[in-house]
Design a protein around this ligand. Structure first.
Ligand SMILES: [Zn+2]
Ligand SMILES: [Zn+2]
Ligand SMILES: [Zn+2]
Length: 254
């Protein structure tokens, strides 16, 4: 199974339109960016997306992804669902999994599309192909938001989704001992109502006993990657993690 970070940026992405801070200028000058949030889960030829970034067309083209089998939505913010129609026009009938409440909220924006709504409750373990997923509530006021636990062949990957540090205890129990922990960190420091900073994210990683941690949903508050990487386990767009036997080419080639 592969897990690929298709977009590691916050809602405006980096560079931010009309922002001329050092990070945004560095991104323009050196040709790097942080696209909006999506995570690819791929195994045995099945492609599952956690969230549908507004940058999805570019992300799918860049990675040679021609068909999406299923989508999981974490919450009703534009940077997490806005790109759904990027592939809907060429591929209908996609299964979309989330809670009834999140389906209702995103459905208001997507009412002109006919996708297959699959309602799952929080803490309900469900399979897509041979991978098991569990959605657990996090804390991202004022909207309902979930994180995602992914289980395959004895491996466990946890994606926090968008959340502040005040995560319910029952969800912490669900997150324990992941092989990979993909965690929201919008800035190196500072207090944010809807998100964690890097310090909070890393303390949470320690609390859940993560074997490996990677920061995502990063804003332009971070220095450019070549500097930030010295201090934080930052994620980068298209960074890929492989679980189980096989090379990246074998996984991508099927
Ligand atoms: Zn977001
Ligand atoms: Zn900026
Ligand atoms: Zn959000």
């Amino acid at each position: 199974m592969i897990i690929q970070l298709l977009g590691t940026g916050d809602s405006p992405g980096t560079p931010v339109l009309n922002c001329h801070c050092k990070t945004c200028e560095d991104a323009r000058k050196n040709g790097w960016e942080r696209k909006r949030f999506s995570i690819l889960v791929k195994n045995a030829g099945k492609v599952i997306l956690i969230d549908t970034s507004p940058d999805l067309r570019r992300q799918l083209l860049d990675n040679g992804i021609e068909k999406v089998d299923a989508v999981i939505w974490t919450h009703p913010h534009f940077d997490h669902f806005g790109g759904f129609s990027e592939f809907y026009r060429v591929q209908g009938n996609v299964d979309v999994y989330t809670t009834p409440q999140i389906h209702e909220n995103i459905g208001k924006y997507m009412h002109f599309l006919s996708y297959k709504k699959r309602e799952v409750n929080i803490f309900e373990r469900f399979p897509i192909s041979d991978i098991y997923f569990t959605l657990f509530p996090v804390n991202h006021p004022p909207v309902d938001a979930v994180g995602v636990k992914i289980e395959w062949n004895g491996y466990k990957i946890v994606v926090t989704g968008d959340t502040n540090i005040e995560i319910p205890e029952t969800s912490i129990d669900e997150m324990l001992n992941p092989d990979l922990f993909v965690v929201d960190a919008i800035a190196p420091s500072g207090k944010f109502k809807k998100h964690m900073n890097a310090k909070e994210a890393l303390s949470l990683a320690e609390r859940v006993g993560a074997k490996k941690v990677v920061l995502t949903h990063m804003g332009h508050f971070f220095p450019p990657p070549k500097v930030a990487i010295k201090y934080y386990p930052i994620g980068e767009d298209y960074q890929t993690f492989i679980f189980g036997k096989g090379t990246l080419d074998e996984f991508l080639g099927d």
